[in-house]
Ligand binder design. Structure first.
Ligand code: BG6
Length: 315
């Protein structure tokens, strides 16, 4: 019927026959979640502007991880353990969880999908632990994107397991040189470009002019990524995820990453809500919950600069 609103949730086929779920919100905001990787690959505001970056060179060929959106690094962040870099969750096909345990949801959420990842017999050879990783991706009225993760130890051998995790969010930017990140100043970080040594962030905000590969530890729950040129600010709120990964390979390193275009470094920054420094340990039957919320704030110039206080107060 003409003028009829599309349904709040649609399951469709994407490139290379990959399944994706499209979430919609009445004002026109949307999000797309791929079953491969349980990965959000698109998040658009009501002007249909894309807020996440996906590399034009990514192949969309499982089991190779898709470069962009919000890859989930689990059960290992980076190369800190024996598993493949960033763990295996981003290389697996998740399924729609049709009967998830109850999860309180705000009344402003009208569209959401529940996904689940469980190990196969083959997977247990790689990481010998049974788990259930439940992910709810929700789009709230006004377009906020909410990711709630629940990880349960379902081992029947009585063994605990430990993991690290990151939601490695690729934010879409006008130009990295026009971007400031507020909320991490004065916090400690582990610098992966300096053998993981610990430093304390100086200055009043992060700006970017070369490669960066850091894990900020024990950070506040709110981080603002301010894009001066687009006059917009992405606000990240996190809960249960005390750390924050900040990564941009810059031009030289980008050339060595086959699925990252040479100029892509200008148009994205990874800011990942994470739990890296102190791994989480779950005994059988125990569950961990982590939340990530992304919202967009239109920001205005204030004597040539955005007002960071306004941004951090969410005004
Ligand atoms: C960062 C890591 O978080 O992710 C880097 O600290 C890594 O070392 C980068 O290069 C990208 O990882 P990948 O596996 O997606 O290319």
């Amino acid at each position: 019927m003409a003028g009829e609103r599309p349904p709040p949730l649609e399951l469709c086929k994407a490139v290379n026959d990959l399944d994706k779920i499209v979430l919609r919100e009445p004002r026109g905001c949307s999000a797309e979640v791929y079953l491969f990787g349980g990965q959000v690959l698109s998040w658009k505001n009501n002007r249909r502007e894309e807020l996440l970056f996906v590399s034009s060179k990514t192949a969309f060929k499982p089991p190779q991880a898709i470069r962009g959106g919000i890859p989930i690094c689990f059960p290992q962040f980076s190369s800190s353990g024996n598993l493949e870099q960033h763990g295996f969750a981003r290389n697996k096909f998740w399924t729609v969880d049709t009967n998830p345990p109850p999860l309180p949801t705000s009344s402003s959420v009208k569209s959401f999908v529940d996904l689940i990842l469980k190990p196969t017999q083959d997977d247990l050879k790689n990481w010998p632990h049974s788990y259930e990783f439940r992910l709810r991706v929700a789009l709230a009225l006004g377009g906020d994107l909410l990711l709630t993760s629940r990880i349960r130890n379902t081992n029947s051998d009585g063994k605990p397991f430990s993991f690290t995790i990151a939601f490695h969010t690729y934010v879409s930017l006008s130009d990295i040189s026009e971007v400031r990140v507020e909320g991490l100043e004065t916090w400690d970080y582990l610098d992966n470009l300096k053998e993981g040594q610990r430093f304390t962030e100086q200055g009043d905000a992060l700006t970017f002019e070369s490669e960066i590969d850091r894990v900020y530890v024990g950070t506040p729950t709110k981080i603002a990524i301010i894009d001066h040129e687009k006059k917009r600010t992405l606000v990240m709120r996190k809960d249960g995820l005390p750390d924050a990964v900040v990564w941009n390979p810059w031009n030289k390193k980008a050339k060595s990453i086959p699925d990252f275009g040479v100029d892509d470094y200008k148009h994205t920054l990874c800011v990942g809500a994470a739990n890296v420094e102190k791994p989480i340990t779950l005994k059988p039957g125990e569950e961990w919950t982590g939340r990530l919320e992304l919202s967009l704030v239109a920001s205005s110039y204030c004597s040539g600069q955005l007002d960071p206080q306004k941004v951090l107060r969410g005004l």
